[in-house]
Write a protein that binds this ligand. Sequence first.
Ligand SMILES: [Zn+2]
Length: 566
Amino acid sequence: MKGGFLLFAVVAMLVLAPERVSGQGTATLVLTNGRIWTEDIHQPEGQAVAIRGNRILAVGDAASMLKLANPNTRVVDLQGRRVVPGFNDAHVHFYTGGDGLSSVQLRDAASPQEMRRRIGEFVQHLPKGEWILNGNWDHEKWTPANLPTHQLIDDFTPDNPVFVNRSDGHMMLANALAMNLAGVNKETKDVPGGVIVRDSAGEPTGIFKDAAKGLIERVIPSPSEQHILSALLAAQKYAAENGVTSVQDMGVLGPHGADIMADVIRCYQILLKRGQLRVRVSAHLPLPEWKRFASAGVMADFGNEKLQIGAVKSFADGSLGSTTAWFFDSYNDAPGTYGIPSDELSDPETMYGRLRGADRAGIQIAVHAIGDRANNTILGLFERLERDEGSRDRRLRIEHAQHLLGSDIPRFSELHVIASMQPYHCIDDGRWADKRIGAARARTTYAFRSLLDAGAVLAFGSDWWVAPMEPLLGIYAAATRRTLDGRHPDGWVPEQKISVAEAVHAYTLGSAYASMEENVKGSIERNKLADLVVLSKDIFHIDPVEIQNVKVDMTIFDGKIDFERK
Ligand SMILES: [Zn+2]
């Protein structure tokens, strides 16, 4: 036995040690003995990757990569594990998510009683007067799926205003105190672009949809700088644990929304200066404020490799879950209801004027569109923009692009519009979307396959805080379309499934393209930023159904190991 061990040790020294100690290369980190998914079409697979500082030095076989090492180089033996480029989440609400991590958790509350119990427990640890926000409840998980009302939580929240959101962020529940503070009652008039749900006597039930949320939001105090900083730190920790090395921040949901995005961007800069920013951020700003950025000379892609100003973001409609996504035909379960255009789109000429102004100033544009009519209308405005301003590489984006007319699918590639989509929503909505939109419309819902076949660029993301910021779940969703309730084992609208490789592409190079950064990141190739993820299993060679159990073992950000699963 001893002799065998000695022989093994000698062989191991001969095989591994000489390169490790004698190499004269300049690599600071070498990952060896792995399977490197490069996303580089010229070199689809490598065994090892060498990193110098925050850049990729080379990809290749283990021996040649180890030659790039020196005695101070950190060498990691991957033991055959899969490496992919760092995930780039093309659609997150980063501050909202970080803030939500420290608030009451209602996402998996399976009944109104459970929601009541959790808020009751949470309020016990709060000082009087402190607001209870976030939450992420989802009445679609309840039987029957009735909306909650303020009476559910009033008896134990007399001193704490409550304004908690549904998981899609388009609908909120207020308690009686919050409505009192905001002066909202039976006499309050309806708001364009929003809904105040009322009981048979005309009293508000506590549910406020879309633009009506502003009635309550305006009395919620804005968060301190310290509060924002700690939320961002919590968010980037969660990002690293899930292999997310870049995020495209679509802004703040809920209270203050657009108003505090500038504060959030200032906090990103504070973290950057302190050397604490451990995720690359592309921050989007609200379209109505485009003039402020234009007058400061901000154009698309302004900033550096860690923090940039992305697009101006606008809204065309609401969401499917809140019955505010805007369709040509009425909702199957609500005849006569078509959803509503957003207040920004309620006057299309005003919106077009803003889009055109921003575009002339060289600013990138992203518009949230869910229903088929919202998507069709925005594609129309984009087409008009190309006609009026001539064609150039403007990287127009539609966020969600969820329900499309079949005839609109080719327009994404014709008009060079990026479809920025969140596959997790597909397996979430797929539980109940059929009853709302019917089978015919479902065929071109989350139409990943049709969009790719028509030549469109897909950029994938999560929409966190609305959904988990877990790219592996998103990849699983795009490749299997198995709904969360287990009722579609072969996939909901299975003909729209895409391959794991296509989903990874959309989550890396596709999203980098969407923020105009495909030349610096999104693939593992020489001179690109060293953002990489090591996975517990090879997602390209297992049944896609198994991907939901795969873990991120290691996240390398900017050339340094930022997270390692214990
Ligand atoms: Zn969003």
